[in-house]
Ligand binder design. Sequence first.
Ligand SMILES: [Zn+2]
Length: 527
Amino acid sequence: MLCKVFCACCNGLEVTTITVEVSVSIGIQYRLVGLPDSAIKESQQRIESALNCNGYRLPGKKLTINLAPANIRKEGSSFDVPLAIGILCASGQLEVDITPRLSKFIILGELALDGTLREIPGALPIIIHSKEQGFSSCILPRNSALEGAEIDGITIYGANNFMDVVNILSSPDSCKSFIVTPKSISNQTINSDEKSNYDFALVKGQHKAKRGLEIAAAGAHNIILSGSPGSGKTFMAKCLQSILPPLSKEESIETSKIYSVAGLLQMMTNNENRTGGLIRQRPFRSPHHTITVPALIGGGNKGMPGEISLAHNGVLFCDEFAEFDRRSIEVLRQPLEDGVVQISRVRSKNYYPARFMLVAAMNPCPCGHLYDGRGECRCSSSAISKYRAKVSGPVYDRIDINLIVKQVAASDIVFGEDSSAEPSRVIAERVKEARNLQLKRYSENNESFFTNAAISSSRLKEYCALKRNEELFMEAVINKYHISARGYTRILKIARTIADLAHSEPITINHLAEAVQFRCPDKDELY
Ligand SMILES: [Zn+2]
């Protein structure tokens, strides 16, 4: 007898429906064909044990199992459950005939030896794919099923063990308790008294730096903070997280899919005091400067997403930017431009989205005290140039805002409550309004970008138009500071964001003047 069960596999974010065909005939053999990897080949032992523990058995006949389409490589242990169901069905061990129902289900899960279901990576993209392909239901291990709790238009069953799967398939109507819904997500109690460790209310002074970060957050501009050790640049960069605008549903799904494939979605939602569901906060990734290139951009044996993709729709914070391996800095160039990264593997290529805001912090010179103004810095100008050259020109070119964080007197940095400093939630409100303005403006005009930082050069004239007086002002600035054409477009984009923060449609001289400060804060010092 021949039986077909449907499941799916992820290759990067790309999901393919896989048909498991099981045929039972006379003889004794277990054959698995269709490009399975070693984890799938080993499934026989897990399946046999799980079946025995639940009162079934591997039939003592010739079993041929084909995973179609045969040209796609299948990896991982997620196929255990569909294989086991196919074997039971094809060998006629089930009381109820489930074959007509099987065509509507996508079934996945790894089996423990006693039949308990273990979670699988990539559940969220698989659920979305199943819905798009017209399947009515998915059966997944309970924890994996929770990833899709907020996706509507498909019934998702969360099963704890193999018998649950058999019962759901035999009688879906009596197994409604297995269906996961948004209510299945358990919200852990959040201690409302607990304040974030990183809040701008804790940073005294540093008005210019805070303003720069606010502008960066409002327009999604890449930003570099240079300043001496202890100037608070790392602390302020971490505060950025608290003022980022909320994720839209689409962005949330995009980012959550990447975490799902990496097997990190549950951990991430746990951080947000939930278990299951989608990510609701913009990610903030801060890789250490010793990170390897594959860990940064993705890759490795399994073509997993790297830090830049985990930072998609959020922030990639590179502290001690000049200490990163030069190759690591160099590989950021293409994703900064395209918002997507391609990972080449032995047999395939994976694409992951990687539209992140780059926030870099570094010392201005090898000793770090160049801007202290106390004459402590004895670095030679050639040593300073060499140090800065670690960050290549093309990467510098993608960074809109250059912020110099000056050392302030020790008494001025108060890591305690400061009544004069604005709390992050007030700043976050302004950022959110400015982002909404951009979203409205660019979606009304059917643009492919949604933030000021992403305005394409061909559309710059339209969205950053200057009046005559403003043009004259910029001409003077360009001549004075010898600003390049690229530098000029950066200034226009920053000015657009400053105008948006002020709810002003036209860009005025004031907006431009402030933008110039953030592009070339101290022209003579920095370059
Ligand atoms: Zn120095």
